[in-house]
Design a protein around this ligand. Structure first.
Ligand code: AMP
Length: 281
């Protein structure tokens, strides 16, 4: 595995691959790897000839009072994991190389970015779309793999790639969870032991909603109330940021469930913001 920090070096290598018919798979990440990241690397490894994993804590997607400075980092450990998963190139650039001082161009899908996580994180998806576009331009990957953990991100990237005719196939991988149901996240290290023990109730609340839908409930308001009642009883100290039921691809909010539907939430638990989602199909 080669660790590359230079944009030119990365582009030269990847363009040679792309134009000589080598199938490349890209896994963009912010590092501090866990099994969720590994599952994406394994998927890309199994479905392409060369695996490019990128590790970049993207300043553009953090708001002013967010955790850019404290975001967990461990390059040495991450490099060992990426190598063990069969990564050919680990791209780990400096922030100043990705965003030169007078950077002023942004990629946005505002209609889909203004809802769900975008309400409390207004620059989040603009930062993600911009950095992912830059990574696509640098590596021209045949395929790129993202986790369903970040459902809104995946839906927005699919739309962006479609709208901009980017020649990359987008693949989503299922959420990897702890045995007790908590979705793996680099940010879970922020949880106190007590918070960690109660955090799985966030997913259990969503499961309550899923069951209500399976039992025939069609009113979104009633399903949301059932989820909120469960949370109120089991994790009353977690503060809801949002709980929404929406179309899985367009992200349009629903009032009635009579076709494809997805539920997603974000809760602030102590100093940790936790997100989760699942299908209501
Ligand atoms: P991050 O490093 O948090 O930006 O995540 C990098 C990629 O890993 C994104 O595509 C995430 O959706 C994905 N990812 C993060 N956590 C999980 C998880 N628990 N299961 C599956 N994919 C995940």
């Amino acid at each position: 595995m080669q660790i590359i920090t230079s944009l030119d070096e990365l582009r030269n290598l990847c363009y040679q691959w792309r134009f000589s018919g080598v199938k490349t798979g890209l896994v963009p990440t912010m590092g501090y790897f866990h099994e969720g990241h590994m599952s994406l690397m394994q998927y890309a490894r199994a479905n392409s000839d060369k695996l490019i994993t990128t590790l970049f804590v993207n300043p553009a997607q953090f708001g002013e009072n967010e955790d850019l400075d404290t975001y967990p980092r461990d390059l040495e450990r991450d490099a060992a994991i990426a190598k063990a998963q069969g990564t050919d190139i680990l791209f780990a650039p400096e922030a100043g190389a990705m965003y030169v001082e007078d950077h002023m161009t942004w990629v946005e899908v505002p209609h889909m970015a203004k809802r769900l996580c975008g309400i409390s994180r207004p620059v989040f998806f603009r930062g993600i779309c911009t950095v992912v576009t830059k990574l696509f331009m640098l590596t021209l990957p045949s395929m790129a793999v993202f986790g369903e953990k970040d459902w809104q991100q995946l839906a927005i990237i699919r739309r962006m790639v479609n709208d901009l005719n980017i020649p990359t196939e987008i693949h989503g991988c299922p959420i990897v969870r702890e045995a007790d149901g908590l979705a793996l996240s680099s940010r879970n290290v922020y949880l106190s032991p007590k918070e960690r023990s109660k955090a799985p109730h966030i997913n259990k609340g969503l499961q309550v909603g899923c069951r209500r839908v399976k039992e025939g409930e069609k009113e979104v308001a009633a399903v949301k109330q059932a989820v909120r009642d469960y949370w109120q009883e089991n994790v009353p100290d977690a503060k809801e940021d949002y709980l929404e039921i929406f179309h899985p691809h367009t992200l349009e909010y629903l009032e009635k469930i009579d076709g494809e539907a997805h539920v997603a939430c974000a809760l602030q638990y102590g100093r940790t913001r936790l997100i989760d989602n699942c299908s209501l199909a």
